[in-house]
Every structure is written in structure tokens, then in C-alpha cells.
Design a binder for this molecule. Structure first.
Ligand code: GDP
Length: 429
């Protein structure tokens, strides 16, 4: 897929343009300088083209982020086939605009100069001055009013190789990283999307609102939802805030990475594990900072985790070190695997064969001399796989037996790691 970077000074309207082009409404757009500090990737579909747009942080902001933002923008531009240079010409060009232009010239990529906030034809007079930047014909647009976008896209396409591949539209896997502050969520995010594109910071409130990060890995699209929640907040009730934020993130995702540090599993983790479990979505326990566990304590640490996380023992565990880039592939591979299983459907014939064999092998619970008989089983829903079992009397079903059966279903029917649900229906005695 071809990449295009959007750059410019703070507050010229880069994020509005980005959101407009990828057709998203929810991202942060505020009239505050420097709200977007990280590089965000978004997939744009235009005619037959799939273009990855990269929205960079505000350049020449004059604040403490300036150097780091520029560095990240350079990395984005390195990957890009063209650069959209956004300006707000209504106030006239500034010295900083010329500096950005010089910097872009040094980077050597094709640049399309865009004058934003050209809300009506009478603003076209502002375009003339942009010739002076030396990148040719400027395009006048209004991101807010969706003016001039086709002309802009024409110019972008001129810089991309012809691309007539027919891509099937595949839904992205939506993921969230949840866990207490400091377990390494931002570091993992950086390790996952590579190249340190997201700024890890100890300063509270790096990002103010919901930000989703989208990327491609192994031919699969992924979206990490609500990455803003991954950052620290100045709130004193940090953990309470983290729980609320996690609830939202869980609701918005398909698969959940619950990040923990070995040896530090407490109420917070258990609460999050329960929330995740109740959502019916696959949970992967990511044991981060694994590099800090001494070799001779590895076994004991695994036992500790088994014991603490017994109630979600079916959830797969991956061991990671965000600082050494270790286990990152496993996180993604496991997410893909669980996502597919979570959405799978098992044929009724197979389910009933399994049910029959299972009842021959294993005694069912009984009550006052009568025992549970399971007559028929079918899968009613996917995501999570939900099975309806018709039985003689659902009062015979104990919680323990249901858990036991869920585990067997996971194990025997290739649903390892996936939450499954059982709905009981009594069919007379
Ligand atoms: P977050 O609050 O969960 O997003 O945590 P951060 O990503 O900000 O990480 C908190 C601290 O732990 C930072 O100082 C990181 O450098 C450090 N850290 C994160 N992951 C690892 C890891 O795998 N191993 C080690 N040794 N340190 C880590």
C-alpha cells in the first residue's frame, strides 16, 4: 500500500484534513496548537486506491516536543511517496513556514502545497503567496467544508504508481491494550507499530482524547482503539480512571490484551480480567517486562500467574519485553488466531457427534437419582461462540459443570483460548 504523509505547523488543520480524507469523525480535532503530537496512520480508500495516510505532529511548534515531533515526521516522510504540506495562508506566510519548506526540500520527496481554510472562492487570493515556497501550484482546500479535496487527491495520485489491484475489503481486527499504569502499554504500542512513532512520555496528558492507531501486519489490518487511554493522566484517582477507560476500550474492540507485570497481580488486574471476561471477547494476558524476571524465578513466576489468573485460565498468555522487542510477534499472531476462532461456526452435526461421545465418556451431574441428559446442541451465535444445549432439565446444571463443559468444548472443538457461552433449554423431563 502506498503511503502519503501530511505535515504542517500546529493548528493549520492537518488533523481535520486527515479525518476528512479517511472519513472518520471521532478523532481529536481541537483548535489548540499541538493537540496531535504523534504520527497517526489511517487507511484511505480513493477510487481503486488504498492509501495509508500518516498524520504527523505539528512542526516548528516551539515547545518541548518540537525535536521529537520532527524526528517522527521525518520517519513518516521516509516511508511516504508524497507529502501533503498544509498551510493556513490567511495570515500570510511566516518564517517558520519557509523553514518547514527548506526542511522538506532536504528530505527530497514530492511535495503538494495545500492552502487550507480556503472556505470560499473569495479566499483564492491567498494562494498566490504560496508559489514562493517553490513547490509549484498550490491547491486550495477547506478541510472543514470538504472543498478542493478531489483536486488534492488528483495531485496525490500523480505521485503514486498505477495501482489497479482489486483489494477485497477486509475488516480490521480491533484491539485494546489494558492494564494498570506503568506496566508498559505505551512501550508495547511503540514496539508493535515499530519505529517509535508514538511518543512515550512521562508527562501527564500527552493526548487528550480518543485516538485510534491503525497499521498493517502480515497482510492483516489492525486498529488499536483508544490509545489515548494508554497515556497517563494527571488525575490522582489514576486507577479508577484506568478502569473506566478500559471499559470503553473493551467495548470498542474485538480482542483484548491485558498487560500485567509478573509478580504484580492485584485487584486492579483482577477487575480488568473480569471486565474483559464479561465482554465475551478473547483476552490475551500479556506478561510484560519479562526481561526483569531472573532466570531462576521463571518457573515460580509462571506458577504465581497460574494461581492469580485461575479464573481466566483459558486465556492464552504471551511473555514480552517491550524494551527488547521480544514477544511482539506472538501478541499479534495470537490476536489473529483468537479473532478467527472467535468468529468461527461449527456444524451442528459435528457438535452432536461430540455431545454423544462426551456423554458416553463422562457422567453428568445428577439430582435425587435423576441425571442431566443433553439431547441436542447447536451453535446459535459467533463472537463469542454461543451454544444452545437442549436437555431434560436445566436445574441439574451446576456452575462447575458448565465451566467444565466450556473447557471441554474449547479443547475438543478447536476453540482454545476463546470465551464460549452455553445457553440451556429444557425440553421437558
Ligand atoms: P504504560 O503506563 O502502561 O503505558 O507504561 P510505559 O510504556 O510508559 O512504561 C512504563 C515504564 O516501564 C517505562 O519506564 C518503560 O521504559 C518501562 N518498560 C516498559 N516495558 C518494559 C519492558 O518490557 N521491560 C523493561 N525492563 N521495562 C519496560
Amino acid at each position: 500500500m502506498h503511503k502519503v504523509a501530511i505535515v504542517g505547523r500546529p493548528n493549520v488543520g492537518k488533523s481535520s484534513l486527515f479525518n476528512r480524507l479517511i472519513g472518520r469523525r471521532e478523532a481529536v480535532v481541537a483548535d489548540l496548537p499541538g493537540v496531535t503530537r504523534d504520527v497517526k496512520d489511517g487507511l484511505m480508500l480513493y477510487e481503486n486506491h488504498r492509501i495509508v495516510l500518516m498524520d504527523t505532529g505539528g512542526l516548528w511548534s516551539g515547545d518541548e516536543w518540537e525535536a521529537s515531533i520532527r524526528e517522527k515526521a521525518e520517519m513518516a516522510i521516509e516511508d511516504a511517496l508524497a507529502v501533503i504540506f498544509v498551510l493556513d495562508p490567511r495570515e500570510g506566510l511566516t518564517a517558520a513556514d519557509y523553514e518547514v519548506a527548506d526542511w522538506l526540500r532536504r528530505l527530497g520527496k514530492p511535495v503538494i502545497v495545500v492552502a487550507n481554510k480556503i472556505d470560499s472562492p473569495k479566499h483564492d487570493v491567498y494562494l498566490a503567496e504560496l508559489w514562493g515556497l517553490g513547490f509549484g501550484d498550490p491547491v486550495g482546500i477547506s478541510a472543514e467544508h470538504a472543498r478542493g479535496l478531489d483536486e488534492l487527491m488528483e495531485r496525490v495520485l500523480q505521485n503514486l504508481p498505477p495501482d489497479d489491484e482489486d483489494y477485497p475489503e477486509v475488516a480490521p481486527i480491533r484491539l485494546s491494550l489494558i492494564g494498570r499504569p506503568n506496566v508498559g502499554k505505551s512501550s508495547l504500542l511503540n514496539a508493535i507499530i515499530g519505529s517509535e512513532r508514538v511518543i512515550v512520555s512521562d508527562v501527564p496528558g500527552t493526548t487528550r482524547d480518543t485516538v485510534d492507531v491503525e497499521w498493517n501486519y502480515g497482510g492483516q489490518r489492525f486498529v488499536l482503539v483508544d490509545t489515548a487511554g494508554i497515556r497517563k493522566r494527571p488525575d490522582t484517582a489514576v486507577e479508577e480512571y484506568a478502569i473506566q477507560r478500559s471499559e470503553t476500550a473493551i467495548t470498542r474492540s474485538d480482542v483484548i490484551w491485558l498487560v500485567v507485570n509478573a509478580g504484580e497481580i492485584g485487584d486492579h488486574e483482577l477487575k480488568l480480567a473480569n471486565l474483559a471476561y464479561d465482554s465475551g471477547k478473547p483476552v490475551i494476558v500479556v506478561v510484560n517486562k519479562w526481561d526483569l524476571v531472573p532466570d531462576k524465578e521463571l518457573k515460580a513466576t509462571e506458577r504465581f500467574l497460574d494461581e492469580k489468573l485461575a479464573h481466566i485460565s483459558f486465556a492464552p498468555r504471551v511473555y514480552t519485553s517491550a524494551v527488547n522487542d521480544y514477544g511482539i510477534h506472538d501478541m499479534l499472531a495470537e490476536a489473529m488466531k483468537l479473532y478467527n476462532k472467535w468468529q468461527s461456526r461449527i456444524a451442528t452435526s459435528e457438535l452432536n457427534r461430540w455431545l454423544e461421545i462426551w456423554q458416553m465418556r463422562q457422567r453428568t451431574p445428577n439430582f435425587q437419582g435423576r441425571s442431566l441428559k443433553m439431547l441436542f446442541m447447536t451453535q446459535a451465535e459467533t463472537a463469542p461462540p454461543t451454544f444452545v444445549i437442549f436437555c431434560n432439565n436445566d436445574a441439574f446444571v451446576t456452575r462447575a459443570y458448565e465451566n467444565f463443559l466450556q473447557n471441554r468444548i474449547r479443547e475438543d472443538l478447536e476453540l482454545a483460548g476463546v470465551p464460549v457461552r452455553i445457553v440451556w433449554r429444557a425440553r421437558g423431563a
